[in-house]
Design a protein around this ligand. Structure first.
Ligand code: HEM
Length: 456
């Protein structure tokens, strides 16, 4: 077996070494993109509870059990920092976003930003998004027509959800009614920034991802600075305005630059993540029509408009959402860098080492989940509660001080869209259809999930 040690253990230390294959970065990254679950499973058999992989010219330590993921997310010794790791991956495109801040500075910004996610604001966002989402879902294309080749034209649900979540972000976050072309321009800039972070070639070569990402960042900055004065001037219920006026309990507020940086980051954080969750839910409900029907039956018993108080009554959708987030986590990992010599589960981590908790390490671990590759939403029922086996068995929203600030917002948006989908459409895929994920970006189906949609 190939086996290369990450670093020599300091003399006198009883910490354990970390091993990897030592294969070149390109080989390791392509291996991960091709079959991440298979790679993790194989590594666990070869190297036990932790390994490292070469990636983007760096060595990344990856715990292969939930305890190690917990150690990174909880960061109890404050040994791991976000900025150097996330900064390396997405810094040029999302610099000074809250996820790229650390320790005292992060706490300062988070306390102000938290004011935009209080129950009162969430209730307002939920109420505001109802008519818009109802209308957007009502205008989804259906595939009842027959195409020239004799087959019904499929609807690419990934594209549809992407459009809806972007429009929602523009309306609820920005409070701006943008012409279609302008909305598309902003959408493209976001996508270019997101894709740039995961490029293998990390240099601004014209036409390639990195260069497109830098251009995208500029488009977004100009856009937000242009609209900033009107948001400062009047208080409106959208996130942009809320961030302009938010004040922490200690009386701190954001500068113009902070607002622009946070808006760019939050829009990105909210957009693709929700799109991927919706697409994954739609995929599994198409593959498992009995679950689609079960969710629809429940939706029919509940009011068409979702309120903050009825959100918890969507128990079936809730389980489907959790199971979808488990099987295909939109944010694949939590990268960090060690600021000092430290350890993970007794393994030596020298200062400067990059580490990452990878969600699928927990989410597909047969020690934590019964038959982990099976779509089985009932594993989240109170009786079975497989997600409670370990604090980090289910971790799609991360954990610790950087835990997703938008997780309730995400649930509101996702449940509203799905509730409307279930009431108005039935969608399906051929029996033998199995999606293939593109893991070189955030994990999306390569074919953008073609489904047959029938209006009810
Ligand atoms: C299903 C949808 C979502 C998923 C799976 C998700 C996942 C995550 C994860 C894993 C992190 C932590 C990353 C880390 O620690 O390195 C995170 C952070 C964050 N998320 Fe989300 N997210 C989702 C939706 C949203 C939405 C809708 C918003 C905004 C409305 C949002 C805003 C943020 C922000 C601002 C952070 C950084 C928090 C901090 O560093 O303090 N997310 N998200």
């Amino acid at each position: 077996m190939r086996r290369k040690q990450l670093a020599a253990i300091p003399t006198g230390s009883d910490l354990k070494p970390i091993y990897g294959t030592g294969d070149p970065g390109v080989v390791e990254v392509l291996r991960f993109f091709k079959d991440p679950i298979g790679m993790v499973t194989k590594r666990r058999a070869e190297f036990g509870d932790i390994t490292y992989i070469n990636s983007f010219g760096l060595k990344f330590v990856i715990p292969l059990e939930a305890d190690g993921s917990e150690a990174i997310a909880m960061n109890r010794n404050k040994a791991f920092a976000n900025e150097p790791a996330w900064g390396f991956l997405i810094g040029p495109f999302f610099r000074r976003g809250i996820m790229l801040m650390d320790f005292e500075e992060h706490r300062y910004h988070r306390r102000i930003m938290q004011q935009a996610f209080t129950n009162t604001h969430l209730k307002g966002y939920l109420q505001d998004m109802q008519p818009m989402l109802r209308d957007r879902v009502a205008h989804l294309p259906v595939s009842d027509g027959v195409a020239s080749n004799g087959t019904a034209e499929p609807v690419r649900l990934l594209d549809e959800f992407k459009q809806i979540t972007l429009d929602l972000a523009l309306e609820i976050f920005l409070g701006l009614d943008l012409p279609r072309a302008e909305a598309d321009r902003i959408n493209k800039a976001f996508i270019d920034c997101v894709n740039a972070g995961l490029s293998i070639i990390r240099k601004p070569i014209p036409g390639l991802r990195w260069s497109k990402g830098l251009k995208g960042r500029k488009v977004l900055e100009d856009f937000f600075y242009e609209h900033l004065p009107e948001k400062r001037a009047t208080q409106t219920p959208d996130l942009f305005s809320v961030l302009c006026h938010a004040e922490s309990e200690d009386g701190h507020t954001f500068t113009d630059e902070d607002v622009v940086n946070h808006m760019i980051f939050v829009l990105m954080a909210a957009h693709d993540t929700s799109t991927i969750t919706l697409t994954t839910m739609a995929y599994y409900m198409a593959k498992h029509p009995e679950w689609q029907e079960k969710a629809r039956e429940q939706s029919r018993t509940l009011p068409p408009e979702i309120s903050y108080d009825t959100l918890d009554e969507f128990t079936v959708l809730d389980r489907i959402m959790k199971e979808s987030l488990r099987l295909n986590s939109p944010v694949p990992g939590l990268p960090r860098q060690a600021k000092e010599d430290t350890e993970i589960c007794g393994h030596y981590i020298p200062k400067g080492t990059y580490v990452s908790a990878i969600n699928l390490v927990s989410h597909h671990n047969p020690k934590l989940w019964n038959d982990p590759e099976r779509f089985d939403p009932d594993r989240f029922t109170k009786e079975r509660a497989e997600d409670k086996v370990h604090r980090y068995a289910w971790m799609p929203f991360g954990g610790g001080v950087h835990k997703c600030i938008g997780l309730y917002f995400a649930q509101m948006e996702i449940k509203t869209i799905m509730h409307n989908m279930l009431l108005h459409y039935e969608w399906s895929v051929p029996d033998d259809y199995v999606w293939k994920l593109d893991n070189s970006t955030l994990p999306v189906p390569k074919d953008r999930l073609p489904v047959r949609v029938r209006a009810l």
